[in-house]
Design a binder for this molecule. Structure first.
Ligand code: NAP
Ligand code: MG
Length: 488
């Protein structure tokens, strides 16, 4: 396994070729497990670069939309195959750039392959339906058609899977795409694009432009020739993008934060619930939008649950994600590390009881990384900042309730509504939870963070703009409908 720093500067991928930005500015990307290790660099592109990309995408889309779905699907199958052939290399870069463990990075890259194959197949499935016309000699039908050019703005936490789950449906339905990845994980995105380059799509159909969110992201939101923008990231940025795109009559889709609860009812399999709290809360260092961050437990089993949880979390091995024995890697960057430490301090100041972690590992091997130990707070009340705001770190807040009804009220007492779990065997609890929980992803006896690519994905309340991604739901966003009436 290579740990030698790779210092390549990745260019933009525009019109089927790699192009330098008109600025000479580059942005280095470092390994959060070792802040001195340069993973690579990307360009800080300009508004002029963006105008050029939009122009070629607009032209490319004209060719692309005229291919049959089967033909477009064949390109997606090729993209999947090339990504799969390069899986180890992509996964290693992902781990080095944002810190998740190699096993998770491989899982994420495999997910990207599966998403491409799923949408490749969609090229052969129905895109409309016949509607009986009131005139018996006429044929009336609806037809899904592409939007045109789609801007794809993505976060750093899933730098392979999220761009693909947006680009694959956009492409299969006949759109051209412009990917603007998070700067913190843009090297990984560029390496994925190197794979896609080999699939030989028509020029201008798939493009990559790196640069500041405030320049390239905002530029995509403002550009009149970008017909739609699909965004995943934080609420502040997302809401601003939504307003900007809506203001010029474009289509937008926002997937944003979460503050996902697990409810642990008194009749549940406690060991299962403990494992789900750990996996859902701490995998990927708590940096999933679907991470569990509030663990709401009925009082009669609270002590037993807490004891079992502590016992298992104490054994978690924190370290460099490239080391096969590591269970949890570092925070993805220095700023993320500081944010997480800030929330931990705030939790203590506001009166929560820190019962585990809150600090950094002692090992000198880890001194150059942005590590935070798995952290558990007890006695958390809903008014505390750590019970309300998304931390995006390995921090679990334990909350005690008497009844499941109370647990659901507490679970809903946040602005977000992405994912929620309950652990119970009681059918009344389950049915009440399904009805009353304010979340787009409702999970019974399963962690909050599991996502299936063939099912709709998205949140309620402040977690999304209410549209859904993935599965068949993606068709809603990436197409518009023509109603055709043919008089014979
Ligand atoms: P972020 O800061 O909002 O950045 C997301 C993307 O927006 C990046 O590409 C960023 O570019 C760009 N951006 C930044 N400022 C912009 C602006 N003014 N105009 C347009 N674009 C701009 O989010 P993040 O820190 O990367 O990701 C973490 C967040 O993503 C968390 O809140 C998490 O919950 C959320 N998330 C949600 C989901 C979901 O599906 N619901 C999934 C994963 C993550 P730069 O990198 O260049 O700044
Ligand atoms: Mg980095």
């Amino acid at each position: 396994m290579s740990t030698i720093a790779e210092t390549k500067t990745y260019l933009n991928y525009v019109n089927g070729v790699w192009q330098a930005s008109s600025s000479s500015e580059v942005v280095p990307s470092y390994n959060p497990a070792n802040k001195n290790e340069l993973v690579g660099s990307v360009q800080s592109s300009t508004k002029a670069d963006l105008d050029k990309v939009v122009d070629v995408a607009k032209k490319g889309q004209k060719t692309w939309k005229n291919l049959s779905g089967t033909e477009r699907g064949n390109y997606l199958f090729k993209m999947a195959q090339i990504l799969e052939d390069n899986l180890n290399d992509i996964a290693e870069t992902l781990t080095r750039e944002m810190g998740k463990t190699l096993a998770e990075a491989k899982g994420e890259t495999s997910r990207g392959v599966a998403i491409l194959r799923y949408y490749a197949g969609e090229g052969m499935r129905e895109i409309g339906g016949v509607i009986p016309a009131s005139d018996s000699s006429a044929l009336m039908y609806s037809k899904r058609v592409p939007l045109g050019v789609v801007g794809v703005i993505t976060p750093w936490n899933f730098p392979v899977a999220i761009p693909i789950w947006k680009m694959a449906p956009a492409l299969i339905y006949g759109n051209a795409v412009i990917l603007k990845p998070a700067t913190e994980a843009a090297v990984t995105a560029a390496k994925v694009m190197e794979c896609f380059d080999q699939a030989g799509l028509p020029d201008g159909v798939i493009n990559l432009i790196t640069g500041k969110g405030s320049v390239i992201g905002q530029g995509l939101a403002e550009h009149k020739d970008v017909n739609a923008v699909t965004f995943t990231g934080s609420n502040n940025v997302g809401n601003n993008i939504g307003q900007t795109v809506a203001g010029r009559g474009g289509k937008y889709q926002l997937e944003m934060g979460g503050k996902n609860p697990i409810i642990v009812a008194d009749d549940c399999d406690i060991d299962l619930a403990v494992d789900a709290a750990i996996s859902g809360g701490l995998k990927s260092t708590g940096q999933k939008c679907t991470c569990s961050s509030r663990v709401i437990v009925q009082s009669s089993i609270y002590a037993e649950f807490k004891e079992k949880l502590l016992e298992k979390v104490k054994d978690i091995k924190v370290g460099n994600g490239l080391d096969g024995t590591t269970w949890m890697g570092p925070c993805s960057s220095e700023s993320q590390y500081k944010t997480v430490r800030g929330y931990i301090t705030k939790g203590i100041e506001e009166g929560a009881e820190l019962i585990l972690g809150g600090d950094t590992p002692e090992s000198t091997d880890l001194k150059d990384g942005f590590y935070v130990n798995p952290t558990i707070f007890d006695g958390v009340s809903s008014s505390m900042t750590i019970a309300q705001e998304e931390i995006f770190g390995p921090v679990l807040a334990l909350m005690k309730v008497e009844t499941v009804k109370e647990a659901i009220e507490l679970a809903n007492d946040v602005e977000f509504g992405l994912s929620a779990s309950i652990f119970t065997k009681n059918i009344d609890y389950i049915l009440t939870f399904i009805d009353d929980i304010e979340a787009g992803l409702v999970r019974i006896n399963s962690e909050t963070a599991g996502v299936e690519l063939q099912a709709p994905f998205g949140g309620m309340k402040a977690s999304s703009s209410q549209s859904r991604e993935q599965g068949q739901a993606a068709k809603e966003f990436f197409t518009t409908t023509k109603t055709v009436f043919i008089k014979g």
